[in-house]
Design a protein around this ligand. Sequence first.
Ligand code: ZN
Length: 151
Amino acid sequence: MKKIRITKEFKFEMAHALHGHDGLCKHIHGHSYKLFVTVIGSPISDIYSPKYGMLIDFSDLKRIVKDEIVDKLDHALMVNSLTSQKDIEGALTGVLPLRIVSVPYQTTCENMVVDFADRIKPELPKGVSLHSIKLHETATSYAEWFASDNE
Ligand SMILES: [Zn+2]
């Protein structure tokens, strides 16, 4: 069976701060992230399937990535769980509403692609595998995760 890769692109706005970093990234700041999720498999060959000819319906892939990643992180502040709530409150003296996502890792795009792969993989239908993820932090900086690098 022929294997095909398909990719869907997503965008989200998120703030983060790198715990203990020795540069400007220790400060809370935001990025316009661009996320590319690529899955691999064979298109459905059953002519009676409503998804005939598709590897996965783009709308299904969109729903998975929105539910697992984009809707949770868009307009949120992602912090390493080493950064305490008190540190955050100390930095934000105002009383603005804040959506905080605490994760057990440094919030670099390198670590985020690993986390995202773990979130997406269990949601994919049978016969569809996660091939790769690319996450742009800026227009010229990105990290990639490939299943083949992690077998
Ligand atoms: Zn940053």
